[in-house]
Design a protein around this ligand. Structure first.
Ligand SMILES: [Zn+2]
Length: 163
């Protein structure tokens, strides 16, 4: 996205505008201007928020381009920046990312193991342990700490026969 923009720099004399264009790509944010232009890689951008309909605030760890910009549609601009950041941080995975999975993540397993004290919750056995979905995955049970328990192989098989 490229949009005409005004960058506001807070100087001692007060907020001072620079006219230019704001460009958001999948790698960086650039302010293209005769004076006081610059660019920041997305990895250094912390967030963008819209202060009002035409003002977006870009915060970054590099001081160079942090600050307020006047743009035609601040909400749209801040959403674009936010989306670019999420993709850059791999928060939005390109595929399957948000779909529920039968796979139990390692951090869930370690939390369940600690909570259940390394023993089958049915009989207390501490060998042949398996991670069991309390509500089966096939019935919509999630792979979360609240829906996973430790069962020994024998109890898991017995449960399988019941369910
Ligand atoms: Zn058991």
């Amino acid at each position: 996205m490229v949009a005409g923009a005004t960058r506001w720099r807070d100087l001692q004399a007060g907020p001072t505008p620079s006219q230019g264009q704001l460009a958001i790509t999948n790698r960086k944010i650039r302010f293209i201007a005769q004076q006081h232009g610059g660019e920041i890689p997305l990895s250094k951008v912390q967030r963008a928020s819209y202060l009002d309909r035409t003002t977006v605030l870009i915060e970054s760890t590099a001081r160079s381009l942090s600050g307020r910009f006047s743009v035609p549609d601040a909400e749209y601009t801040s959403i674009l920046v936010d989306t670019a950041l999420r993709i850059d941080r791999r928060i939005l995975l390109p595929d399957n990312g948000d779909r529920p999975s039968r796979h139990i993540p390692a951090h869930v397993k370690s939390a369940v193991y600690r909570r259940d004290r390394g023993a089958c919750v049915e009989c207390g056995a501490n060998s042949y342990l398996e991670y069991d979905h309390i509500i089966p995955f096939s019935r919509g049970g999630a792979s979360t700490e609240g829906n996973v328990q430790l069962l020994c192989r024998a109890c898991n098989l017995a449960k399988g026969a019941r369910v």
